[in-house]
Ligand binder design. Structure first.
Ligand code: DLL
Length: 432
């Protein structure tokens, strides 16, 4: 089932032609309306009249979060404030917050993208969709809200939090689809159990989970615990919000190429990588009016595939996000992403789903990683010696798969912090 079949199945040549035309127009638009880009283009001697579209893409400058911060709040907007119909903002956990703005058309394009995605994972106007992403400055809640409404399904605008109420709503209002972070879904399933509710007995059939890295094993665990089918959704506030999802094939996330142009680059050198090579996702917006972004460095690590998907859609796919470049942990010369640690932990059936990675610097200057992970509430272990033995086993697995030396501490089920939005997996106690 398609939302916009002629576009979603457009042949490669037409899609590339369209991107080419839109990219050239974007360069003129940015030069004309964005003082920021005009300055950047002048700095590198780029004249829009000499720009030849896709084959010159590599000549365009990158745009980074730093640019957005330095131009806070409106310095990168390309329209007068009177044309802005909505603002969203990031929480600014890694510095000054960033503000993004949308014109009416920007919202329409965002809704269109997400409607295509929702339809591609099988959401229909018959569904009752509970949105448990936060509403507010975060794009998750309102982003899904507008798309689900446009689709004609029923929205339950639950927002994040108030978890017992979420379960009641799910039961009483016959929710069929839930949208939230994967970590919140895990938490919700625990609370449901405490309340004596088996999610399998409800009408819930599907979850659309994203806004944070999660692993294939976590998907399997969510599905095992709840009996639903779990889909991945990706997006960032700078690009719009939640925009792109997996389709029923669940073999990558379709990036709508008529609105967004993607590249994968080496995060260190900025060199463009080939299909299938892992690197940083870089996105150029082809339709955004308020905040056009040229070669936006998302900071997210993934790889790209552009062969036609079995679902019939021709738009390229990115594979599950491994993590953010700034979340990469470097301990004793080994680089690792939390999602890779999660991947190993979740393969151990005696372990639960909740974990935290603590980084310390020892007096001798060496870094130390400790992973606290809960015992599964189904594990039948209570002897201390068995716990110690399990800790050693997990440490060996981490060494074997990731070459990381970490101390593993197994803690009782229910003792680590739970999250209603994005989970915080790293506690860095190193003094820099
Ligand atoms: O998280 C938008 C969103 C809302 C996406 C709801 C999906 C669902 P930001 O708060 O700007 O926007 O955070 C964007 O979150 O650069 C990634 O690092 C991370 N992220 C988002 N989706 C995924 C995902 C929203 N599916 C940042 N897998 C991005 C891994 C994700 N990481």
């Amino acid at each position: 089932m398609y939302w916009n079949p002629s576009v979603e199945r457009m042949n490669q040549k037409d899609l590339v032609d369209l991107q080419n035309r839109k990219l050239k127009a974007l360069v003129f638009y940015a030069y004309e309306y964005s003082p920021f880009y005009r300055r950047k283009f002048k700095e590198i001697g780029l004249n829009p009249w000499d720009f030849n579209g896709l084959k010159d893409l590599h000549k365009l400058p990158f745009t980074s979060k730093r640019d957005l911060r330095e131009n806070y709040p409106f310095g990168m907007f390309a329209v007068p404030l009177s044309q802005i119909v909505r603002f969203h903002a990031s929480s600014g956990t890694t510095g000054k917050p960033t503000v993004v703005g949308y014109t009416k058309n920007d919202i329409d394009v965002w809704v269109e993208c997400l409607c295509r995605g929702l339809t591609s994972c099988g959401v229909t106007s018959e569904d009752i969709v509970q949105i448990a992403y936060g509403y507010g400055l975060f794009t998750g809640g309102l982003g899904f809200h507008y798309a689900v409404e446009r689709l004609g399904a029923s929205v339950i605008p639950a927002s994040a939090g108030n978890t017992r109420r979420q379960i009641e709503l799910m039961k009483d209002l016959h929710t069929t689809v839930i949208c939230c972070t994967p970590s919140y879904m895990l938490y919700m399933s625990e609370v449901a159990r405490e309340m004596g509710v088996d999610i399998r007995d409800t009408k819930l059939r599907m979850g659309i989970f994203g806004a944070e890295p999660w692993s294939e094993e976590t998907r399997r665990r969510i599905e095992d615990k709840t009996g639903i089918t779990a889909y991945d959704v990706y997006g960032t506030s700078e690009l719009g919000g939640p925009l792109f999802t997996e389709c029923v094939e669940r073999n990558g996330i379709h990036i709508w190429a008529d609105h967004y142009l993607i590249e994968i680059v080496d995060p260190e050198t900025g060199e463009v990588l080939s299909e299938g090579e892992k690197g940083e996702l870089v996105v150029t917006t082809l339709s955004k009016e308020a905040l056009p972004l040229i070669r936006w460095r998302t900071g997210d690590i993934t790889y790209m595939e552009s062969d036609k998907c079995a679902c019939g859609r021709t738009h390229p796919r990115i594979m599950r996000i491994l993590g953010r470049t700034d979340d990469m942990i470097i301990v004793r010369g080994v680089n690792v992403f939390p999602s890779q640690i999660e991947h190993v932990l979740m393969q151990v059936p005696e372990l639960g789903e909740h974990y935290v990675i603590i980084l310390d610097r020892k007096p001798d200057g060496l870094d130390e990683m400790t992973i606290q992970v809960e015992l599964s509430d189904r594990a039948k272990i209570d002897r201390t010696t068995d716990i110690l033995e399990l800790e050693r086993r997990v440490e060996e697995l981490l060494k074997e798969y990731l070459n990381v030396r970490a101390k593993v501490e197994i803690v009782n089920p229910g003792t680590l912090q739970r999250f209603e939005g994005k989970a915080k997996r790293i506690v860095d106690r190193r003094k820099i």
